[in-house]
Design a protein around this ligand. Structure first.
Ligand code: FAD
Length: 336
């Protein structure tokens, strides 16, 4: 049995078969609903149910009970229980279509213990526009892909990546370790919807774990020297002091951002650490208490994002101003 879905903003309609999700059906019929991880982790495909209801085979992590009560659904996991009218809720910012490039490794160096800073030159990318916060896919020889967020602002020539080495990882512990300047790498970009919504005009809370800092660095660099930049708080969660691979550089960002506060948070610090300790989302909650005025950007581990979203909403955050990018693993995904 199939159901009809209408998108409020565009008047697009499509049918959803009983064994598929709203998102799968939309994409199959050429309706471009926003999405990213397609696993229910990131929340990018959140839609508002204007009419009708849905259920889930497994409840998606990024859909809190509060969001569900407010009538939101995650299109990538939602199965309609009848005809639906949905609202995509946020206007989609225009974005370039992803293109493939043969990138050339310009520089590769270790940042801290296990993060590689990779600079890729993109010949022929003069007109390339991406939004700070977006990511690229490295296209592997076996047809699979691996996603990494741009850690730099667009310059039409090259991109910087911060890549954490995953022990035993096919790409990060394999090909990446052998890359030298001059080597070629096939990439596709830009991808993703994680980017700064300047029209929000709210204090910004940035929360990252690990290399989740990369897209946040790109976003913050794009706000530097901007007199309209709202106050920014950055909470960066890591295990130990040695993991804070960009600590000194971040300290200097205060010179170019308005009212910038940086709080590194360690979960397993050495006894001599005098800074904050614990989980990054809990420390941010202790400090800020009420998130009702903030626009919140979160990037890094899916568990942190799911837990932080719940905690921040409990403390007043408006789900409409929470943006996130979960670093899922992709070894099982088919090529785009
Ligand atoms: C949109 C997006 C943007 C991303 N941006 C970045 C980025 O900027 N920097 C970055 O370092 N990573 C980023 N990631 C995560 C990165 O894509 C994965 O870590 C990467 O695919 C690992 O590839 P691999 O071939 O080395 O590991 P695989 O061979 O795919 O995996 C090997 C094993 O390691 C485990 N594993 C893989 N990745 C992770 C992980 N991230 N955390 C914990 N365990 C893992 C899995 O259990 C897997 O079985 C991003 C992910 C997404 C979805």
């Amino acid at each position: 049995m199939s159901h009809v879905v209408r998108v409020l903003e565009t008047e697009d309609t499509f049918t959803v078969d009983s064994e598929e999700s709203v998102l799968t059906a939309a994409l199959r019929q050429g309706i471009p609903l926003p999405h990213d991880c397609t696993e229910g982790w990131c929340g990018t495909c959140r839609v508002k149910l204007v009419e009708g209801c849905v259920n889930y085979e497994e409840h998606p992590l990024a859909l809190t009970p509060e969001l569900e009560e407010e009538g939101f659904a995650l299109a990538c996991q939602a199965r309609p229980q009848g005809n639906l009218v949905i609202s995509t809720e946020r206007p989609l910012a225009p974005c370039s279509d992803p293109e493939r490039y043969t990138a050339e490794v310009e520089a590769v160096r270790l940042l801290g213990r296990d993060v590689v800073h990779l600079t890729l030159a993109l010949p022929g990318a003069d007109g390339l526009v991406y939004r700070p916060g977006q990511y690229l896919n490295v296209l592997l020889d076996d047809g699979n892909r691996r996603s990494f967020s741009m850690a730099s602002v667009p310059n039409g020539k090259s991109v910087d990546l911060h890549i954490r080495r995953v022990r035993g990882g096919h790409f990060t512990d394999g090909q990446l370790t052998r890359l030298r300047p001059g080597d070629k790498l096939d990439v596709e970009l830009p991808h993703g919807l994680f980017c700064c919504s300047k029209e929000d005009f709210r204090p910004l809370l940035m929360v990252a774990t690990g290399t989740g800092l990369a897209p946040i660095k790109s976003i913050l660099e794009s706000l530097m020297d901007d007199p309209d930049c709202p106050p920014v708080s950055l909470y960066w969660g890591m295990r130990t002091e040695a993991d804070l691979y960009l600590h000194d550089e971040i300290l200097s960002w205060g010179e170019r951002l308005c009212d910038f506060q940086y709080v590194p948070v360690l979960s397993q610090p050495s006894p001599s650490w005098t800074g904050r300790q614990g989980y990054v989302q809990e420390v941010a909650t202790e400090d800020i208490g009420d998130f009702s005025e903030h626009a919140i950007y979160m990037c890094g581990s899916p568990n942190m994002i799911a837990s932080a979203r719940n905690l921040f909403v409990e403390h007043g955050a408006n789900p409409g101003f929470i943006y996130s990018d979960a670093f899922n693993f992709q070894h099982t995904l088919a090529p785009a």
